[in-house]
Write a protein that binds this ligand. Structure first.
Ligand SMILES: *Cc1c(COP(=O)(O)O)cnc(C)c1O
Length: 361
């Protein structure tokens, strides 16, 4: 199969596919025979990558061997039974097949009219989770994201647009008081990153100490909010965590919601890790109060074992995503071509976007 053209003929495609499936099945069935962590010899890894000649082109079989060997030899095997970093589970098979199908059809999820089926599947899954989390099915909205990081960044941008109606137009140049974000000391640092990339600077994040159960100290939160107001700054949002990265603890979401309401602050729950508790009748009470939030981050690529990157951002404000992200151009169809539908690019940080097909098999 040397000097292959851009595309293969059907016979060769079948050969390649069968070869790949054999390799992948061999890995999927025998992951326990690999070492959980690779031995890291930077020089060796760089050489292994660099001895591929990008100019002459190789053949498919050699390329497949190179990639699969590289991934097998030089990766942490999160799917190994002795890997206990539960944030990164083994991909479930439905997710793997879904990714394969998505890659074949490659629907473009920027505009609804380009991929109506895919867009509607996502919209249905988003709605399903919104109602599971206790949001109203009519007055809620959401969008798939690449991960908790993007979803948390979406939350910060929504909070800014909610608080400052001219934010979409003038950005921080239209804001007179410095916006402040509150979260616990145990919150994920994507919050700081979101503050950094939103133009607020990470110094605007006030990390509230935690109690002896590693939950945000709500009395201290209220004191900090009052201090921020007294100093002429503007409390923008409070982030409660449902499943902290360090210990999996869940903040008192009901209490945080009350405080946020009292001071008219956007309440976001980062449930990237713990959100899947909502699917279990036994433990969903542990994230009680999540239904009172303005927005939620939920990572499907954690407990649900969906291949990366699959996250969902949800909000109980049905207008805020459009207010934050919609933009009108000549080269995109107008308003979902007049249908009663939503163009995903007008609700997301992303534009062209892959189908994050997550079918509940
Ligand atoms: C994993 C995680 C994130 C970051 O999400 P990514 O999917 O890695 O982008 C944010 N917050 C919490 C609580 C997490 O567990």
């Amino acid at each position: 199969m040397k000097n292959m053209k851009f595309d293969l003929n059907q016979k060769n495609r079948k050969e390649v596919l069968e070869r790949v499936i054999d390799k992948l099945e061999c890995f999927y069935n025998n992951t326990q025979n690999f070492s959980v962590t690779p031995s890291i010899d930077v020089q060796e890894i760089k050489e292994f990558v660099n001895n591929q000649d990008l100019q002459s082109g190789g053949n498919y079989n050699a390329a497949i061997d190179h990639v699969t060997t590289g991934l097998e030899k030089y990766s942490v095997h999160t799917s190994h039974p002795k890997y206990f970093g539960l944030f990164n589970p083994r991909s479930n098979y439905a997710g793997i097949i879904s990714d394969l199908i998505s890659a074949y059809y490659n629907p473009q999820l920027a505009a609804w009219s380009h991929a109506p089926f895919a867009a509607e599947v996502e919209a249905k899954v988003v709605k399903e989770f919104a109602t599971k989390f206790g949001y109203s099915s009519l007055d809620s909205d959401g969008v798939f994201a690449t991960g908790g990081n993007e979803a948390n960044q979406t939350a910060v941008l929504c909070a800014l647009n909610n608080k400052y109606p001219n934010y979409a137009r003038y950005g921080l140049f239209g804001v007179t008081k410095r916006p402040i974000i509150f979260c616990s000391e145990e919150a994920h640092h994507s919050v700081h990153k979101a503050a950094k990339t939103a133009g607020l600077g990470y110094e605007c994040v006030i990390s509230i100490p935690v109690d002896n159960k590693l939950k945000l100290e709500t009395t201290l939160l209220e004191k900090e909010i009052q201090a921020v107001i007294a100093s002429g700054q503007d409390p923008l949002m409070v982030i409660g965590t449902a499943g902290t990265t360090g210990a999996g603890t869940i903040d008192d979401l009901v209490r945080i919601s009350k405080i946020s309401k009292m001071y008219d602050i956007w309440f976001h729950v980062d449930a990237a890790y713990g959100g899947a508790a909502i699917l279990s009748n036994k433990i969903k009470k542990k994230i009680k109060g999540i239904e009172l939030s303005n927005s939620i981050t939920f990572d499907a690529h954690k407990w649900m074992s969906i291949p990366m990157g699959a996250s969902i951002f949800l909000t109980s404000n049905p207008y805020i995503l459009a207010q934050t992200f919609s933009i009108s151009t000549e080269y995109m169809p107008k308003d979902a071509d007049g249908f009663e539908t939503v163009d995903p690019f007008s609700h997301s940080i992303q534009w062209s976007r892959r189908f994050i097909l997550k079918y509940p098999f």
